[in-house]
Design a protein around this ligand. Structure first.
Ligand code: HGY
Ligand code: MN
Ligand code: MN
Length: 416
């Protein structure tokens, strides 16, 4: 099994990797991510899995248990798939994750779940296991929202949490609309899915602190992305007295400081990681500053309070600076409590004891499917530093192999 995992992992390593930073740029529907999507398709074909795609670029490849599907058809889910009567037809178990990355991201966030899913099927086949329920490997597009701005875009479209009519108007930083990139339409990709299990590298140090290689998710913190549009008055950097300025950069700077202070005060999370300045000149007071707040909290109410407090303080500062501010929520994900019985069943009675059940403040497609009513669970694999959304993101191969084994055991339990 190590050769399966490590071979697949080395296939992916160079794709979309920056020579300068060592980080990954795998934005949806651009060359690197499409190369990954092609790679995934090849891996499914080579395993005789039955590939289904939807109108949004999401993919699910089914192992229906009755040995290897002799013919392979990539068929639109709207057509009835090849269901011989020997094939199990009860609701399928889906595993998988995403292949896209944040800008300059790590290698593991997303791909670890996809590669581990393929390796887990290899392991189950080596065990001679035949599932009584179909087992699928899924890849959801644009989980990071790094191009079109909305987190878990692919899984929101696949579950109907977002309509194509609104999604197609989303645009990237070059003004390219999702509707320019995709035909769009509808999806019944998840119609046959009864349970979803997503394996993911841990984004934090809970497992390190517990000396555990694998854990199970209990919940996902609510989180959102809010665009702050600060407007002021462009003017000369030299001849404009400080008292006469209407400087949006100043209002932004005080807002970033206030957000950081407020999050610390209430022990939640607030980040300004992206900013655009117009006209972005060296010797002019800017006319506009656009900045994006990523806010996360341990409950929906505290998220609302946090964003409301930061917004109020920013508006008060704008008043003092003679600038203006508009705040727009661009992506909001409510809190998710994973099915506790499923989490407990996944975590219990393993050779190395019960796996810890831990919360996360990172969003995932499993959260979207859970919110759509599909019982979902997440397996986390230990990340020695906890660092993620960074070229430094890392997981040790032995822990990754423990993760593959854990996923295979979980799928076997669920597919019995
Ligand atoms: O942003 C997140 O929480 C996730 O990594 N997409
Ligand atoms: Mn991520
Ligand atoms: Mn992820």
């Amino acid at each position: 099994m190590p050769d399966d995992f490590e071979r697949m992992w080395s296939d992916l390593a160079p794709i979309g990797r920056s020579a300068r930073t060592g980080g990954y740029f795998r934005q949806p529907f651009l060359s690197a991510e499409r190369e990954l999507a092609d790679w995934f398709l090849e891996q499914c074909v080579s395993r005789g899995l039955e590939v289904e795609t939807d109108a949004f670029g999401n993919v699910v490849a089914w192992w229906r248990g009755g040995g290897v599907v002799s013919h392979l058809r990539v068929h639109e889910p709207s057509e009835p798939g090849p269901k011989g009567d020997s094939l199990p037809t009860s609701a399928g178990i889906l595993t998988g994750s995403h292949l896209d990355s944040v800008l300059d991201g790590g290698a593991y966030d997303g791909p670890l779940g996809v590669v581990s899913a393929l390796a887990a099927i290899d392991e189950l086949r080596r065990r001679g296991f035949l599932p009584t329920r179909p087992i699928g490997v899924g890849v959801f597009v644009e989980e990071e929202g790094s191009r079109f701005g909305l987190a878990c875009l692919g899984s929101r479209l696949a579950t109907g949490a977002m309509s194509w009519e609104s999604a197609r108007e989303l645009s990237d930083r070059d003004g390219v609309r999702l509707g320019d990139v995709l035909e769009g339409g509808s999806s019944s990709l998840l119609a046959g899915v009864g349970t979803f299990v997503e394996l993911h590298v841990e984004q934090g140090r809970d497992l390190v602190d517990r000396a555990a290689a694998v854990g199970v998710a209990s919940e996902i913190w609510p989180h959102g992305r809010y665009r702050f549009d600060f407007a002021g008055q462009a003017n000369h950097a030299g001849t404009t007295r400080m008292v006469d300025r209407k400087d949006p950069m100043l209002t932004y700077a005080m807002t970033a400081l206030a957000a950081n202070k407020q999050a610390r005060l209430v022990d939640q999370r607030a980040t300004f990681g992206r900013i655009e300045v117009a006209p972005n000149g060296t010797n002019a007071v800017p006319s506009r500053v656009t900045a994006w707040l990523d806010a996360r909290a341990s409950s929906d109410a505290s998220l609302g309070d946090l964003v409301e407090t930061i917004t109020r303080q920013a508006l008060e500062r704008a008043e003092r600076d003679g600038t203006s501010l508009e705040v727009t929520a661009e992506s909001v994900s409510a809190s998710v409590a994973f099915d506790p019985a499923l989490a407990a069943a996944v975590a219990a009675d393993h050779a190395d004891g019960d796996w810890p059940i831990v919360p996360t403040a990172a969003g995932h497609d499993a959260g979207i499917l859970s919110a759509a009513g599909i019982p979902s669970a997440m397996l986390f694999v230990r990340n020695p530093t906890g660092i993620s959304h960074s070229p430094e993101e890392h997981a040790e191969v032995p822990d990754c192999l423990v993760g593959v084994h854990a996923l295979a055991d979980t799928l076997e339990r669920l597919a019995r």
